[in-house]
Design a protein around this ligand. Structure first.
Ligand SMILES: Nc1ncnc2c1ncn2[C@@H]1O[C@H](COP(=O)(O)OP(=O)(O)O)[C@@H](O)[C@H]1O
Ligand SMILES: CC(=O)N[C@@H](CCC(=O)OP(=O)(O)O)C(=O)O
Length: 260
């Protein structure tokens, strides 16, 4: 697959939407990159907001290996929190920073193929890249797509896709460089120290030891899939860290490099 260095696919975790300052800093970084001609796709999660909304509605959060078990009765809440509230909160922050943002989901413009991932997870989707025309059109205007991880299957079911997996598929679709920004500075070792680089073997070892778990396990496995398929490192870093964002804007590597 060809790689176009001028597209950066940035994924942000849901905790960002609870931090005004974090959103402002991220959008200022995006505005700077866009003004330099860098194309940016922003993919977002919103797991925290989904948890909160489920609780308010008297429903339970159940996760299997970092993925939300999504029964049909929870779907309206999941879609509202991700494709609605989270997407629009980020769009508002983008507009405030002077970025022209186009809010969308994986269901728009034939971007992906989506199917049920595993019956045990309910309406959780697995996606693969399909047609880049829509997102490439948006990018060609100098606009920033802000993409939620809600997809629709060929049979018309709404599906909940893990946002790290959504970001990997969009990175493959646009041939972009992938950076996964979470609330931790990167992948941490058993002592809480940042690990600068990881390959498949090291990841398997750390997962086995229980050092990499839950959401970070999903993230690192998604990153490894892209790194191996595209033959380029994927970065796992933090949106909280102003120095990392500044380095990102300068085109430097930040956080943990997941190596092909
Ligand atoms: N080895 C690890 N290094 C860093 N974080 C880890 C590790 N293992 C588990 N985690 C957890 O993974 C979380 C990040 O994954 P997740 O919550 O899915 O992030 P996001 O919502 O930002 O995508 C961290 O906040 C941390 O609690
Ligand atoms: C299937 C699945 O787990 N979907 C995720 C989608 C949101 C997400 O991934 O949010 P973060 O990036 O904030 O974790 C969920 O429902 O929480």
């Amino acid at each position: 697959m060809s790689t176009n260095d001028s597209v950066l696919v940035l994924k942000v975790g849901g905790a960002l939407m609870q931090c005004e300052m974090g959103m402002a800093r991220l959008m200022e970084t995006a505005a700077k990159m866009l003004s330099q001609g860098q194309k940016v796709v922003l993919v977002h999660g919103g797991g925290y907001l989904v948890d909160e909304q489920l609780q308010v509605n008297g429903m339970e959060t159940v996760k299997l290996d970092g993925l939300r078990v999504t029964p049909a009765e929870q779907m309206p809440i999941v879609v509202g929190a991700l494709a609605g509230t989270s997407n629009k909160i980020l769009q508002a922050a983008a507009v405030k920073a002077g970025v022209v943002a186009v809010g969308m989901s994986l269901a728009d413009g034939n971007l992906v193929d989506a199917r049920i991932k595993d019956e045990r997870l309910g309406l959780v989707g697995e996606v693969s890249p399909k047609d880049g025309a829509y997102i490439n059109f948006v990018l060609a205007q100098g606009w920033m797509p802000i993409v939620s991880s809600i997809a629709v299957s060929a049979t018309g079911d709404l599906l909940n896709v893990n946002a790290d997996e959504a970001a990997t598929v969009l990175a493959k679709l646009v041939g972009g460089k992938l950076v996964l920004l979470s609330d931790v500075s990167g992948v941490l070792d058993g002592k809480g120290q940042l690990i600068p680089q990881l390959n498949r073997e090291q990841i398997q070892q750390l997962v086995k030891q229980g050092v990499i778990e839950k959401g970070m396990k999903v993230k690192v496995e998604a990153a490894l899939d892209v790194a191996e398929q595209m033959g380029q490192p994927v970065q796992v870093a933090s949106w909280r860290d102003a120095a990392q964002l500044a380095a990102l804007a300068r085109g430097e590597n930040i956080g943990t490099q997941i190596q092909p």
